[in-house]
Design a binder for this molecule. Structure first.
Ligand code: KIV
Length: 263
């Protein structure tokens, strides 16, 4: 069973962490067999499962339901569940109530979006027995602030993303996830934080990678991002596609340059 100590050990040994989104029991069991280290019940389920155009309508009850489904199918991966929009931004107490619902449903860690402004919440949860993954860079819950899903941290904006990572490390974040940031910035952050980092569109030097399951299987009907690779191509079935993903993350062939953003 993967736990937080094993993740830290993997960072220290330079062993890459393979993470995928997962929303239900059968896929959780398949991902276990493929050697996926971490299963993320992402609020991306709002788009992939529920058919919304953003993650914003997802509720904490939705997240708890899918977390419980994944937990029932899982035997060895570490489970991370997203705190959805509106469930944690209002107060630290609100965040604890939502996070503890997800832990009770079977999550081992929760993920929240936001930069340094969320660091006090990370500290509050962490001090009350809830490990937190801080999601920085492109944070899809901020889509209406960003005006779309755009690369973050280019040029002068790099300093703000770097400072967000440092604030989360200082607050005791168990993990930092960086989405759509230049590879050079993600490397600098990874080299300077003690917790493991996970990248999605953040280059090869993060301690691990995550992708959305529907994207790697090529079944999401919408537009896919530059950082997405379809792992079904050349594979006979879904199980083999999951195995190919794990292999390419572990042997550092994914993400190749074509899936990265530069400063
Ligand atoms: O919700 C999600 O699937 C995520 C990933 C894109 C990292 O947060």
């Amino acid at each position: 069973m993967i736990n937080i100590n094993r993740l830290r050990e993997m960072k220290q040994n330079g062993e890459k962490i393979a993470m995928l989104t997962c929303y239900e029991a059968s896929f959780a069991a398949m991902m276990n067999r493929a050697g996926v280290d971490m299963l993320l019940i992402g609020d991306s389920l709002g788009m992939t499962v529920q058919g919304h155009t953003s993650t914003l309508p997802v509720s904490n009850d939705d997240m708890a339901y899918h977390t419980a489904c994944v937990a029932r199918g899982n035997s060895q991966a570490m489970i991370v569940a997203d705190l959805p929009f509106g469930a944690y931004q209002q107060s630290k107490e609100q965040a604890f109530a939502a996070a503890s619902q997800l832990i009770a449903a079977g999550a081992h860690m929760v993920k929240l979006e936001g930069g340094a402004v969320m660091a006090p919440t990370v500290r509050f949860l962490q001090e009350r027995a809830i490990p937190v993954c801080a999601h920085i860079g492109l944070t899809p819950q901020y889509v209406n602030i960003f005006g779309g899903y755009k690369v973050q941290g280019r040029g002068d904006a790099a300093a703000a993303v770097y400072n967000d990572a440092m604030a989360h490390q200082e607050a005791g974040a168990a993990m930092i996830l960086m989405e759509c940031v230049p590879s050079q910035l993600a490397k600098r952050i990874t080299d300077n934080v003690s917790c493991p980092t996970i990248g999605i569109g953040a280059g090869l030097d993060c301690d691990g990678q995550v992708l959305v399951m529907h994207d790697i299987l090529g079944i999401f009907p919408g537009k896919t991002a530059k950082f997405v690779k379809n792992f079904m191509e050349g594979q006979p079935n879904i199980q083999a596609a999951f195995e190919a993903y794990v292999r390419e993350v572990k042997n550092k062939t994914f993400p190749a340059e074509e899936y990265q953003f530069l400063a």
